[in-house]
Design a binder for this molecule. Structure first.
Ligand code: ADP
Length: 257
């Protein structure tokens, strides 16, 4: 609470009393703290790959480039870390566009089949690399009113996570169905699961259950924050069920009207 006060005097300049105004600044303070945390997080996330790129480039320039094996290994790290930076910057730009009022949804009516035919080849490829069995179960011909590019991003982010956080030979299932009021998309996996106390936090920017693991799988920690934003601007909702070492299910509900 912030208090602003002013004394009140009578005509003879004798103090009569005072006015005190109490401002409840809890929300403002919270926003301010969140903003500061975000800037600190972004800086840290950017610094890590840059430090690595710079360090390995320096080592190469200092002579390591004449050692063929070191040369290749260090260049590979530089390449991978640059990729990380690129993904991070793309995700940050997506988030900031979603947050700005200027963000407009480009809504059209399309079939789910069209969306899936665009994204499934890439997802299948990712799943195949880990021998994960990816299956799709959908009522054919379902229509949805949404911003297609954003909707694809929702599918991609949730499916990519399911594949990342499921060990080899696991299963990932995408289910699309229609109820009276919603188009429901569910992604279920047989992966590592999410601890109960972490579930409410996974949609926060940069929150990860296991930072090292997320980095190794190429995660930026922003994927679900983006997903949640997109779903909210479509007036939809997302829920999560998870059991450690058993698997996770994300359910997305898009209103039909
Ligand atoms: P990241 O880039 O780290 O994957 P996300 O925002 O997409 O970031 O997800 C946040 C965190 O939620 C992940 O780091 C991971 O700990 C957890 N998570 C998301 N999806 C799953 C899943 N299908 N199974 C287990 N954990 C998951």
């Amino acid at each position: 609470i912030e208090i602003v006060g002013a004394p009140i005097f009578n005509e003879r300049k004798i103090l009569k009393g005072a006015v005190l105004v109490f401002y409840d600044i809890t929300e403002l303070k919270k926003l301010e703290i969140m903003r500061k945390d975000f800037v600190a997080n972004v800086s840290h996330e950017l610094k890590t790959p840059i430090t690595s790129i710079k360090g390995f480039a320096e080592t190469l320039l200092d002579g390591a480039m004449h050692d063929e094996r070191a040369n290749e290994r260090f260049l590979k790290i530089i390449y991978e870390e640059s990729n990380r930076l690129q993904l991070l910057i793309e995700d940050l730009l997506t988030l900031s566009r979603l947050e700005k009022d200027e963000f407009r949804l480009n809504v059209s009516e399309i079939t789910i089949d069209e969306v899936l035919s665009d994204i499934m080849p890439l997802m299948k490829h990712q799943a195949d690399k880990k021998h994960i069995h990816l299956t799709v179960s959908q009522e054919p011909g379902l229509m949805i009113k949404a911003d297609v590019e954003r909707l694809k991003q929702v599918f991609i982010n949730i499916l990519a996570n399911a594949i990342s956080y499921t060990p080899e030979n696991g299963e990932v299932t995408l289910l699309v169905k229609e109820t009276d009021d919603y188009i429901q998309l569910s992604v279920e996996d047989t992966g590592i699961g999410i601890p109960e106390d972490a579930i409410p936090r996974i949609f926060e920017r940069f929150y990860r259950v296991d930072k090292a693991r997320s980095r190794n799988t190429g995660g930026t920690g922003l994927g679900l924050a983006i997903v949640k934003h997109i779903i909210e601007v479509h007036n939809g909702t997302i829920t999560v069920e998870s059991e450690l070492n058993k698997g996770t299910a994300f359910h997305v509900y898009f209103p039909k009207h």
